[in-house]
Write a protein that binds this ligand. Sequence first.
Ligand code: 5MM
Length: 342
Amino acid sequence: MKLADLNKVALAMVTPGKGILAADESSGTIKKRFDAIKVESTEENRRDYREMLFRSQEAMSKYISGVILYDETIWQNAKDGTPLIKLIEQAGSIPGIKVDEGTQALPNCPGELVTVGLDKLAERLKKYYERGARFAKWRAVIDIGTGGIPSMTAIRVNAHALARYAALCQAAQIVPIVEPEVLMDGDHDIERCYDVTSRVLNQTFRELRVQRVELEGMVLKPNMAIAGKKSAKQASVEEVAEKTIRMLKACVPAAVPGIAFLSGGQSDEEATAHLNAMNRIGNLPWKLTFSFGRALQAAPQKAWSGRPENVAAGQRAFTHRARMNALASKGEWATDMEKKAA
Ligand code: 5MM
């Protein structure tokens, strides 16, 4: 493993003023997104949609440091025959790949999940590297519920798998994005999210150390400390920022080059405002940016709605969200910038 090269890629992924586009929706998830805009989820439509994003020249070259792809996409060609991965590289952005194979029920832990996909991962990583992927992603899913959920078993098993994946990535000269997502479903308050996420992060870094993962050669993709969607007690933007930073400072070693947040179902503007407020706090040991899926794509999906004549509108919507989040990654975003663009 060449750690200096891994570190270089990790730093490029979290360049201030840029962030990551999570376009790695599996077939089931992209179908749900397309159902919402009444578009059939065919291979051609998925290709056309993602081609629209990757050909958004301004967004891709100025604001998007890297793109997380799904297996189907990394092997797909654009309409004119150019591999989609080449469009990303030509824009100066780094291609990455989701390598987990989704979740399964965790035995002996009713209602909890474990992420799978370690079998033959070394071979798959080799093929993805040859195709051009320079980073990968694996997402663990932790739910906050009642009756002892999450269990320590679910936290430990998922952290172990994340670390196994990260070690295999680094051996294949691929930067792992380590994503332990604590879901914001439910009615828990911000304090409970803070406590559970802290436990999850502590266990994840414990496992990463045990498995000798080089922290300088990875990127963390966590959730923010935030109240559940159904909670009557929603925290202010400042409280989310302050608590998230406090939590991360307590749990994430300074050797990690960067933290790229997931949006987790927050509205577009909420996710941007939270990232911005955190970067305003400043004086942080790691770079803080975005690795949003929904909060970058909801607007372009709606503007495009599967119609070729809407491609330019879809690209404008994507460029706008990418720019707003790029500003937030430097703490330079303000609400009135959204209004001006509307
Ligand atoms: C883009 O969505 C990703 C893929 O999800 P599935 O494997 O469930 O299809 C997802 O992992 C995503 O990268 C993260 O959850 C961040 O996306 P959000 O929408 O939370 O910003």
